[in-house]
Design a protein around this ligand. Structure first.
Ligand SMILES: Cc1cc2nc3c(=O)[nH]c(=O)nc-3n(C[C@H](O)[C@H](O)[C@H](O)COP(=O)(O)O)c2cc1C
Length: 221
């Protein structure tokens, strides 16, 4: 493929991606397309490679119906999207956690010790460079990273001609309590970061309204 064609394809994906308000409930995403979308989340970058996330693909209609009460922004997706994802951000990702040990040893294939140069560098980065000194700051740091996976999923979907809707329109505490009560989320380990509907639109696409490039880009020479 020519570079110019690739550019055009990328721009076409970005202009056709929009926050879909009405999905066609009869249209389902092919399994191989879904696997490509979720793979783009799995391969997303994360700070130190610690992947502070988990994704729930909620197929259960009863669970989705129950969410509507606390997630007004998700109702359109729950009603019609082929796939409905809840992204979880991991809590307490620090050198003291078993989770970091697991990632370092089992995923990154390195030796773990709380006083290794890698651990001390990470600890210093969290406490001093980024001032992640309380639970909420640590959670927000993890949550920020989950949005990289969100963007990758939406762009991958758009490239495949699949629509999406990013969702923050929910009461975090109530959704978390609901999912915890259903035994779906361990709140000691995770919080709910966002939701994402994926499927096929049932409405005309909304034209993009954006600031111009010179309003948002400043070049420092
Ligand atoms: C973090 C985030 C949260 C959002 N939450 C919702 C939501 O709860 N419900 C909804 O319908 N749209 C939601 N949106 C969609 C935005 O309103 C939409 O992306 C924005 O207006 C730009 O329009 P476009 O995506 O169609 O270009 C959200 C978008 C982002 C990035």
């Amino acid at each position: 493929m020519l570079k110019s064609e690739l550019r055009e394809q990328i721009m076409q994906a970005h202009t056709s991606r929009y926050a879909t308000k009405a999905f066609d409930p009869t249209k389902k995403i092919a399994e191989e397309d879904w696997l490509t979308i979720i793979e783009s989340a799995r391969l997303s970058p994360s700070s130190f490679g610690y992947e502070p996330w988990k994704f729930l693909l909620v197929n259960n209609e009863e669970i989705k119906e129950g969410l509507k009460e606390f997630a007004g922004g998700a109702i359109n997706s729950i009603n019609g999207a082929s796939h409905f994802v809840i992204a979880l951000a991991r809590k307490n990702v620090t050198i003291k956690s078993d989770y970091v040990r697991h990632i370092v040893e089992d995923v990154l294939g390195a030796e773990f010790a709380v006083d290794s140069p890698r651990s001390l560098y990470f600890d210093n980065f969290q406490k001093h460079s980024q001032q992640l000194t309380d639970d909420r700051a640590l959670y927000d740091w993890a949550s920020k990273q989950t949005y990289i996976a969100m963007a990758n999923m939406m762009t991958t979907a758009a490239l495949l001609g699949i629509d999406s809707c990013p969702i923050e329109g929910f009461n975090k505490a109530k959704v978390e309590a609901y999912l915890s009560e259903k035994g779906l989320v361990d709140l000691d380990k995770f919080g709910v970061s966002y939701m994402l509907g994926l499927g096929y639109r049932n409405e005309p696409i909304t034209p993009k309204k954006r600031q111009s490039l010179d309003e948002i880009l400043e070049v420092i020479d």
